[in-house]
Design a protein around this ligand. Structure first.
Ligand SMILES: Nc1ncnc2c1ncn2[C@@H]1O[C@H](COP(=O)(O)OP(=O)(O)OP(=O)(O)O)[C@@H](O)[C@H]1O
Ligand code: SF4
Ligand SMILES: [Mg+2]
Length: 329
């Protein structure tokens, strides 16, 4: 088998935030937002990160972008350990890794026209250029995200949600990134617009050879765009598999429960699939249960589940599951 071309490798990543302190300043409790997470992302592919609110998706993304400084673990970009990279290496990598938010509105200056916003991003990312070069690049970016050239004169508040997200994508593309962390980029959009923007992400990926880490709380959203999907629960990855495999053979009870909420058009699959409905809320990461983090909500939980954390085990072909009961063959 040909060796995989890995652009991003996350190894035993932990991101703990201090939650409670004594009067003397000693931390007595931590929010374990990301707790020992490892995965690899192939160049030119899309890695989907899925899970309910608060499971640590955004924190993982922020660690990749060095917005958060990880408590432990390593992040390798193109084989380079970001923790030990030199300033100039980090400077280049900062341009190559970009972030797209749920709704870029908050980060768009309402006094700047769309053209100004793009011009600023181009100059920041690619350095000094002639006016003509910048103008041509603005036109090119608008073309790539399928916005009309006259949009350059509009202001963010004059755009629809879908157009604003296209502008956010164009701005992220301005400095010619290789990897984009897309944090719930379509969650704020109407369902009909979501599909258009996801198609746009796919088109741009093909055209520019981009790699995506695509974060969503809804499996239906990543289903069509992701090549590999990791399911997170309370700071842990509980299952990683090929995107197609997740609908054919979900193994972890939490993945099965998430899937129960996704409509499947294939009648035979729909009829035969097991339904697990999630009961209760995700516990706070401040009071995470002992053992398997999913045990208070799991209908298969046994004694061992309340004592020991199940390791993420490969069931073959890279399909990895963290479960004492369901992953065993
Ligand atoms: N700077 C911080 N300080 C303290 N706790 C934090 C901080 N950032 C995140 N957290 C906590 O870490 C946990 C994971 O948060 P995160 O934003 O990564 O979740 P998420 O999966 O992106 O959720 P959502 O789907 O709501 O965006 C949450 O409990 C959150 O409150
Ligand atoms: S380890 Fe136990 S509690 Fe956790 S998902 Fe598996 S069966 Fe459920
Ligand atoms: Mg988030």
């Amino acid at each position: 088998m040909a060796e995989k071309d890995i652009l991003l490798k996350v190894e035993n990543l932990k991101m703990y935030f201090p939650a409670e302190k004594t009067l003397g300043g000693k931390v007595t409790n931590w929010v374990k937002a990301v707790d020992d997470v490892s995965f690899e992302v192939e160049r030119g592919k899309t890695f989907g990160l899925v899970g309910e609110s608060g499971c640590g998706k955004t924190t993982t993304g922020k660690c990749i972008l060095r917005i958060n400084n990880p408590t432990e673990g390593h992040i390798y970009y193109n084989g380079l350990d970001l923790a030990t990279a030199s300033r100039s290496e980090i400077w280049n990598i900062r341009r190559e890794i970009q972030l797209i938010f749920q709704d870029p509105y908050g980060s768009l200056d309402p006094r700047q026209s769309c053209g100004d916003i793009l011009r600023e991003a181009i100059v920041l990312g690619e350095g000094r250029q002639s006016r003509k070069q910048v103008r041509e690049r603005v036109d090119e970016l608008l073309r790539i995200v399928e916005l009309l050239p006259e949009m350059a004169d509009r202001y963010p508040h004059e755009l629809s949600g879908g157009q604003r997200q296209r502008l956010g994508i164009a701005r992220a593309l301005a400095c010619d990134p290789k990897l984009i962390v897309c944090d719930e980029p379509v969650s704020a959009l109407d369902v009909s617009i979501q599909a258009q923007v996801i198609n746009l992400f796919q088109k741009i990926q093909k055209e520019l050879g981009l790699t995506y880490v695509f974060i969503a709380h809804d499996l239906a959203v990543v289903r069509h765009i992701a090549d590999t999907i990791a399911v997170m629960y309370l700071g842990h990855i509980v299952e990683i598999m090929d995107a197609e495999e997740i609908f054919r053979n979900p193994v972890h009870p939490y993945t099965q429960a998430l899937l129960s909420a996704v409509p499947i058009t294939d009648y035979d699959v729909e009829r035969s699939r097991q339904r697990i409905l999630l009961e209760g809320e995700v516990p706070s990461p401040l009071h995470a249960p002992a053992g398997c983090p999913f045990n208070p909500r799991c209908i298969y939980a046994k004694d061992i589940c309340r004592k020991e954390m199940p390791p993420l085990k490969d069931m073959g072909d890279g399909h990895c599951v963290a479960c004492h009961v369901c992953g065993r063959k």
